[in-house]
Design a protein around this ligand. Structure first.
Ligand SMILES: [Zn+2]
Length: 181
């Protein structure tokens, strides 16, 4: 992971000044992940907001990668995956990235949010949104994401499926219903 930090610094895409940290032209701020568990546990109404917020923020990073470097889909997806790891959300890997059918599957090991969660359900709504936004830009079509496995509910890994909402509804009706309320 340190390699990615070096890559960011080398590309002048990680700028740290007094009182400011900028990654890919976006101001970022570091907080303990307990903040996000506090929000999710305090009010479930926050879930769609976290999801949509995560989705929009991934789009900002992805659009910057296109604008500045003219990156193609696979480069965008690798950079976004690295950002998630660099930001401390867990170890992410793509199990599937099928551009022609607009489907991706990711696994996240040691999700820091899920490890600390008191809930016994899929809780990684923020990175679920992030993967949806990344998929939407990298595959150039509106996509969403559900979390099919989560260590918060005692699965051994967190797993995410990125696809169109229509596909998710057909293939994973119960999960899609519960995660999109
Ligand atoms: Zn999870």
């Amino acid at each position: 992971m340190f390699d990615f930090a070096k890559k960011l610094i080398f590309a002048r895409e990680l700028k740290m000044e007094r009182g400011s940290m900028i990654i890919l032209n976006q101001n970022v701020a570091v907080f303990p992940v307990s903040l996000f568990n506090y929000l999710i546990e305090s009010d479930p109404k926050i879930i769609p907001l976290l999801y949509n917020g995560g989705k929009e923020s991934a789009k900002l990073f992805a659009k910057e990668l296109i604008k500045k470097y003219n990156f193609k889909a696979t480069q965008i997806k690798d950079w976004l995956k690295n950002i998630i790891e660099f930001a401390g959300w867990g170890e992410a890997e793509f199990v599937k990235y099928d551009q022609s059918n607009h489907i991706a599957v990711l696994r996240v090991k040691n999700s820091s949010l899920a490890i600390q969660s008191k809930k016994k359900e899929a809780v990684d709504h923020l990175i679920r949104g992030f993967f949806a936004g990344g998929g939407t830009i990298s595959m150039s079509t509106e996509l969403d994401c559900i979390e099919t496995r989560c260590i918060a509910r005692k699965d051994n890994i967190c797993e995410f499926v990125v696809a169109s909402k229509a596909y998710l509804k057909i293939k994973y009706p119960d999960i899609t219903k519960s995660q999109f309320q």
